[in-house]
Design a protein around this ligand. Structure first.
Ligand code: DAH
Length: 346
């Protein structure tokens, strides 16, 4: 067989041989057989030196054509194998977008924070601003400027954590009143200040060494106790239900004169009397009063020009009423069985 025939034979067999190959290593092997240094094609090239010039030309041209043809065939096969590999991979890795996803646990808003947010919304709607103050407070702002000089017996009402004789963990949010009055320098004020307070109380179902209050202060011309009652009634009805009523009882706080204790009608019995309200129909919820003249003067206000009221809401107390919770410790023990009940399902 001369070289030209050999070349033809080479091409005629390649297609059927490539058909069964579906692996890149095998293809590489076959390519070496056809086109490598020890291939038939290489031996034909090597044998050309003995041919006539004419025949050399003819065999040379044909073998380079065939080399090119074979290279194209191997390249095409290589591409086909690679494509098949990718397609198989894609097929195995397809994502079924209709399968349900993983449910990641999401937190909820703590019921106390929810109450504070509700109070803020409500009072901001009535034209109040929200003020803040530090939890580490001075004795001067927490007590002295609120008409509670050192040694005053009413200090015993709030057993306080002292850091040193002048610094303490605030036992009430009332010092934010002082800070706001000093900053506003005699101008009218309408604020609430929610925040944490601390007292040296033993924890039980109704006491916690750390709890939350929301203070309110309104100063202006001709503000009366009637304005206080109106604001508080509005607040309780919005927070607890339109059927609620409130009543004011005389009380004592050094920073207000007169001072009142505010009761709200019991939501469980509708005011008829039950165990929760100790059969009175009323539940005590906050302290309030008209800001004491001494406080106004100490904080730069002239009581003849400007008067007003203040109140201090117990955030836990009102949250417990709203959600019928019977132990204040639930708010602080981070038990998910409790907290999850307040989570909105998303
Ligand atoms: N600070 C008082 C307390 O913690 C509550 C209070 C009573 C606040 C009367 C007031 C107020 O602003 O006027 O017991």
């Amino acid at each position: 067989m001369n070289q030209l025939e050999e070349l033809d034979k080479l091409v005629s067999g390649v297609d059927s041989e490539l058909e069964s190959v579906n692996d890149l290593n095998e293809l590489q092997q076959k390519k070496a057989n056809y086109l490598g240094k020890k291939s038939i094609l290489a031996s034909i090239s090597a044998s050309m030196k003995d041919l006539s010039i004419e025949a050399k030309k003819e065999v040379g041209m044909k073998s380079s054509k065939i080399r090119q043809l074979l290279e194209e065939k191997f390249e095409a096969k290589k591409k086909a194998i690679e494509d098949a590999i990718v397609n198989k991979k894609l097929e195995n890795e397809t994502i079924d977008v209709t399968l349900p996803g993983y449910k990641l646990p999401v937190g909820g808003i703590h019921p106390l924070n929810q109450t504070i947010m509700d109070l803020e919304d409500l009072f901001v709607g009535m034209g109040y601003k929200v003020a803040e103050g530090p939890e580490i407070e001075t004795d001067e702002y927490c007590f002295e400027k609120l008409n509670l000089p050192k040694g005053h017996p009413a200090r015993d009402m709030q057993d306080t954590f002292y850091i040193n004789p002048e610094l303490l963990l605030r036992s009430q949010t009332s010092p934010v009143q002082v800070r706001t009055m000093l900053a506003e320098k005699g101008e009218p004020i309408k604020i609430i200040c929610p925040g944490k307070v601390y007292r040296r109380d033993a924890d039980d179902a109704t006491h916690s060494h750390q709890f939350m209050q929301c203070e309110g202060l309104v100063l202006g011309k001709d503000i009366t106790l009637g304005d206080l009652k109106g604001a508080l009634l509005e607040m309780f009805r919005k927070m607890l239900g339109e059927d609620r009523n409130i009543r004011l009882r005389p009380s004592f706080f050094p920073f207000t004169e007169p001072s009142v204790e505010v009761d709200v009608s019991c939501g469980l019995c509708g005011g008829k009397g039950c165990n929760t309200c100790k059969h009175t129909g009323w539940i005590e919820v906050l302290g309030a009063g008209m800001v004491n003249d001494n406080v106004l003067r100490m904080c730069g206000y002239d009581p003849k020009e400007i008067q007003g009221f203040a109140f201090g809401i117990g955030v836990e107390r009102i949250t417990m009423m709203k959600y019928k919770i019977d132990d204040i410790r639930n708010f602080y023990t981070n038990d998910l069985r409790f907290l999850n009940q307040f989570k909105e399902e998303k």
